[in-house]
Design a protein. Sequence first.
Lengths: 414, 1001
Amino acid sequence: MRISTQQIHQQAIGSMLDTSRQVATTQQQIASGRKFATPADDPVAASRIVGLNQELALRSQYQRNIQLANSQLSFEDAVLNQATEVLQRVRELALQGANGALGATDRNFIAKEIETRLDELFSIMNTRTATGEYLFAGFKGHTQPFVRDETNGVVFKGDEGQRRVQVTSSSQIAVNDSGKRLFMDVPSVATTFVARAHPANSRNADVTIGQGLVVDQAAVDAFFPDRLLVEFNANSADPQGRANFTVRRMSDGRVVDGLSNVAHVPGAAVRAQGMQFKLFGVPAEGDRFVIETTKTQNVVSTVAKLANGLANLTNSDADLQTLQGLIDASIGNLDKAMDSILTVRSEVGARLNTSDSSAILHQDVEIVTKDLLSQLRDVDYAEAVSRLNLQAFVLEAAQRSYGRVSGLSLFNAI
Amino acid sequence: MSSSLINIGISGLRAHQAALAATGHNITNANSQGYSRQRVEITPQIPQFLGSAYIGRGAQLESVTRVHSEFVTNQVRLDTAAFAEVEDFLSQIGQLDSLLADELTGLVPALQSFFGSLQAASSDPSSIPARQLVLSEVTGLTNRFNTMYDRLHAQQEGLRGLIATSADRVSELSQGIGRLNARIAESTGKGGAVANDLLDQRDELLRQLSEIVSVTVVAQNDGQVNVFVGRGQPLIIGGQIASLAATATGDITLVNSFDREAAVITESISGGQLGGLLKFQDGVLNQALNHLGRVAIAVSEAVNAVHRRGVTLDGVFGGDVFKGVNDPTLAYQRATPINLGGRPSGALFVGITDSSKLTASDYEIRFSLSGDGSFTLVRLSDAKVMTEGSTAQGFPVTVSGDGFRVTIEGGVFRGGDRYRIQPSLHGARDIARVLQNPRDLALSTPVRVETAIGNRGTGIAEPARVFDIDHPIFANRGQMSPPLLVHFTSATTYELLDNSDPAAPRSLVPPVRNQPYVPGIENLLLPGGTGGSRIAAEGGNVGRLPSAAQTVLGLAKAGNGYGSEVLTLSRIDAATGGVASTQNVVIAPNSSARQIASQLSGLSGVNATALTEMDITGIRDNGAGVPLSLVINGTRFAGADLSSLNALADAINGSDALTAAGVRASSDGTRIRLTSMQGDDLVLHVAGDTADGVDLRDVRGGALALNGAGFGQSAQAIGSVPRPAGYDFSTGGPYSFSLSVDGEPGANIALGANYGSGPALVAALQAAVDASSIGPGRVAVSMNGVGQVVLTSAASGSNGSIGIANADPGSPIALALGFSNRVVTGTDQNRTVSVGGSISVQLAANIRVGSSANTIGGNVFVQTPSVSRSDFGFQLRMTGRPEAGDRFAIDFNHSGVSDNRNALELVNLQSERLFGTDGTLFDAYSDLVEFVGSRTNQARIDRDASQGLLRQSIARRESLSGVNLDEEAANLIRFEQAYNASARVIAVARDTFDILFNLTR
């Protein structure tokens, strides 16, 4: 075949350029440690690398979440442990109080300690976390969950929210527990009741309702789960124009125990369906109070009632009998309160286990993913270096042969 | 003779001088572009005939030809175009590829930081610094999108410049080729010789042209060539030269030389630099921008949608985090006119409807050439016609594409007008943060559930999804209006109440009652999804008491007064809004609400519940004469049960039969609310003196005093047990009782056979009575409408009585007939009233109900029932086993600052399949990386392949037409020697002449 002079030069230069491009690519691979410089070198691997990097980032995010969940749960566990210890101590004190040989003064001392313990318990219930949120307030982290109330003992201002943290792509674990469940809705030995004012009550009137006590357990048990509604009527409904109220049951609005248009005497005990409560202050027409029967009793009431009894009951036979009943009930309720806390603590423990096992899973997957990433991305040095040697050799050969060939010309001879 | 030899020598000199010149020309042009080596053809001159022989006359220059093959030249042109195309494509896509290559500058780290900051905020939702960080990362993300857009856009701008330059260069080269065409035609005319160098020059220009665009060259007889681009669009026809131009949208127009009319030929351009650039522009760069824009739009839309459902630190719904994707300024920019030629553009609003369905393609609205206003929406990636529409009926006209909607709002549209629709092209440019205050980040959810303290069951209710924050229930800022109460009426049914007043929850309008709950599994308590509606039976007869005149005398069941009615159920076609199908439901007259509800619930998409209510507001008994008795749905109450409303209510609730039938009573001492939970008619029979009775009130406020009718003419004894299971009196029989009827002799009646049926028993009893001492015709035995056996005495008077004694309490007589030992006075002139119930119907989306009722306030349903939404904009999830009376209060999540549920929802977006089958945000981005990468990779392979082909065809051309200096050196020597030899011939001729000359001298 005929070859033109231009062709001889072009071919030689072309092949040298190709070879030097290969050398440069290999050199770049060795220098960067990466198999490829741009996605075009291996589009499928590049796309998988994006995915794997995302996977790694997600895993490390989950691990951070797990660390956070662990620290919060451990904190909660410690706080609950403290609460249990307080209740344990109160229980011991209750047992001491049951000793018939004690005098009123001795019991008073016990009552004093119980009150101190109650304060301690109260501050535990209002514990704040490191970020300044109330631990047991549910979602209302900036609202103090447990507020002492002159007449009601304790009011829960939080809610039942439970914050969750994502620990794997498909699972979340709760990192807090509502104080309502822990300290308020504690199953009680007997049916009790909770009284509260209707939120729509007139602001001007300052009528309040006291927490009261069960005076006829059988009647309350029979009435449960119905509720009572205390409603103030127009003053005109009373023959003497006094403030007066009617007590109805909520299920059908029927007046109970004939408590219709009862004249309001602030602080006087009202007795309905075995429950006794007191209304204070000056009511306005339409003010309402709801009395809910419940088989729960909050832990503060349990402790406060015990302290009250120990402080105030005398050594008369009747009082001693009441005291015995009170202490029995209190110990039962304290046990239930500790049970309630223990249930939550075991849940906290289970959550810690879940988060630990998730963390181990993440670590395992991380190792596998990194390995895969390295296989996809990192260069095989032995192979790359030997390839470079070969390519350099070919380039050198091309250069040397070009030198020889380019020197040949017939014009040299004529 | 010698003169001829001289001439021969001179001809050799001439010929070889020309050959030497040609060789020199070849040597000097060894490196000229497009040069074809030239060869001199030397031929012998025509010989001279000298009588006996032909004598040669020397050589002559036949022609100078270029060594050239049209086929090879054409091949080079084709391969040049192919190579230039991939080479330019590769150089462009390579830039894009390296932009996407860097893991650190890509989108992934920005997305990761964004979601990471959300995770951090979800762990501590009330922390302002954590929220601030989210905002900063949002900015980081939008900046990253913007930067990537800018870089792609810069490349696009550069590309537009290159395309314009290339188009200009095509025009320049065309001019040059045209000029050469003219010169070649001119020179070819002169005696058939061709100007080789002009041809070479033209071939070289044509080769250069094919570097820019693929052309077809057709040679003409006069030596000129015609050149076509694309699919036969004429670029050069003889001296007529068209030109190419680029538009602002990167399209190519061909301006022909006749009328300077511009036609868009972008689609038909292929090959060469221009082909490569256009292929990159339309096939890669626009797609990459669309791809990136799609990710940006999806992030904006998804984050905004979830965020708007959340609640901020200040207890209100969140706004947009990112600028809304359907902001008008953005929506109008998505449509660009292509070929209006300076006429004003129409107004086209392109809104995103579903970012998950967006594709990376561009679209076009193409108006029909007929000019009748009809148009098609075409997807450019596969030229598929998506929808058709027409502006003939006026504006606005809306057509839908893949996840977007084009609304043509107005303007002047001519036949053939085209608008490019690019829904996601600018997505990455337009993404911006609009949320300013970290407090406004909505990390919590709007719904809170409070479990009542008195609950006995283990049910746990929690808010699930909020799907429509525009629901009227959220209309008041930071409130739920009304707050709701889930009240379990049994362990398996619940009702939904308005809890605005927690002391007295009341029914919703229309009511939601009798909802089923399945214990043990997860239940959704509220209707899900939007679009469903709720209607109630609002007709004037619903729940109405008849007037006193309309009450029925006797024990027959009075009708509830509901007339016959035809309900028409229309199913609406969601796409067109028209009625797709209708279905009629015929309601028989006097159907109970329960029957109507079950008729309706049998239809798909309809769920109806029924409930019947009425009040008893008073019981009156004058104590004299006939005592008052009351039969409620077949159960009789008398005596102490009627002493007060409370006593009656307790007796009703104590009746097993009524409890089983779902009839409940609740009395507050002034009225009994009587309820049939299943919606059966409430049927009351009152017997007693005309002054005795009960006061009734219906739910509409209508009142009726239902009084006894006093004694009838006859005394009646009614068996209290209706419809015995069997009529077998034979086993252990016969059984007897004694009958004492006022004014008749006492008699003993015995029954002892198996009677098989009610009528047989009645006949046997009649026969026994007739055969007794009473005698025939005095006491009639019959069976009433409710299956009770009735004895009626013929004696008239106001105090007749029938006494039944000695019936064995355990006997079939007592059990089956209900006759026990008692005296029945003639109390049984009953007045009967029957009250029907109300029906509340839930309809699935796109179902409407109309009624045949044409008198307002006259029937069960009204003609066009008022419709309210059946959903509440959110969903509740409940598990566990509730008990009757358990309550869950649902309210707005006030001060829920530590709630992170919406933050978790936001975090979930990173693993949510926002692009459907295309996967998550990250998948979509890695798709882009892979798309560009694989196209680049493919282009490299193509480049190498077409480079190989080009080299081969160049080699063939070079091998044929190229100059080999060694060959030319040899030719130089060869021709020089021949020249020298020719000179020698002249010398010889001179010598011979000299010899002859000397001879003669």
